[in-house]
Design a binder for this molecule. Structure first.
Ligand code: CTP
Ligand code: MG
Length: 220
């Protein structure tokens, strides 16, 4: 099985509020994107394409191994992954799409996703139980529904796909579509999405507190 990794790193990180793109923000002295690329590599993904913010190629090239391919990302995560997918080698039979913002993803999680693809699933996401009661609110912030928690899951990356399935799902997607993950893209094309057990350590760095937690995790 030839796997290619696509790392979405073209966001600006508004909620983190750093003075450089989030993927370049250091964790224990190394940019988040370097950690995320290492996680894919350690889990068995050799070929990697990283979608970077426009005008940032030099900074990303300096932060990453020379054999990582860089492409310009887009205005949305969906557009960035679409650009990465276009640059991925056609020789790959599976694709793992990963957020640069999940630096401490354990290699075992990457291997679980690859194993589910090898077992024949065409789309696979890591998922974890929801521990808080989760509600739906109306425009006024009043709770209108509280779905039963037992069937809810939090979805992480890397998400794995048969390359041809993901490429055809992106080809059929509205060019302006902005979905929060890639499983949503293949689901829109009617492809079933399987789950494997996620890992809390693959948490996404979104706000400052997440970075503090990641620093503590590295220190341990
Ligand atoms: N991403 C991307 N291209 C975009 C937007 C996001 O490649 N146009 C990537 C981010 O770099 C990140 C991942 O998608 O690794 C998850 O997105 P998120 O955590 O929302 O990161 P940002 O969009 O950078 O952060 P914010 O929404 O706070 O601005
Ligand atoms: Mg974002």
């Amino acid at each position: 099985m030839h796997a290619v990794g696509i790392v979405a790193a073209a966001g600006s990180g508004l909620r983190l509020g750093a003075d450089l793109p989030k993927a370049l923000v250091p964790l224990a002295g190394r940019p988040l994107v370097a950690w995320s690329v290492d996680a894919l590599r350690a889990g068995g993904v050799a070929e990697i394409v990283v979608a970077v913010p426009a005008g940032q190629r030099g900074a990303f090239a300096a932060a990453l191994p020379a054999d990582v391919r860089l492409v310009d990302g887009g205005a949305s995560r969906t557009a960035s992954v679409r650009a990465g997918l276009a640059a991925a080698s056609a020789a790959a039979d599976v694709v793992l799409v990963h957020d640069a913002a999940r630096p401490l993803t354990p290699p075992d999680l990457v291997r679980r996703v690859l194993a589910a693809l090898a077992a024949g699933h065409r789309a696979v996401v890591p998922a974890l139980p929801v521990v808080d009661t989760t509600v739906v609110v109306d425009e006024a912030g009043v709770v209108s529904d509280a779905p039963p928690r037992a069937s809810l899951r939090r979805v992480q990356t890397p998400q794995g796909f048969d390359r041809a399935v993901l490429a055809s799902a992106y080809a059929g997607l509205d060019p302006d579509a902005d979905l929060t993950d890639d499983a949503a893209v293949v689901r829109a094309a009617g492809v079933p999405v399987a789950t494997v057990v996620g890992d809390e350590r693959a948490a996404k760095v979104t706000v400052r507190h997440d970075l503090d937690l990641a620093e503590a995790q590295v220190a341990r």
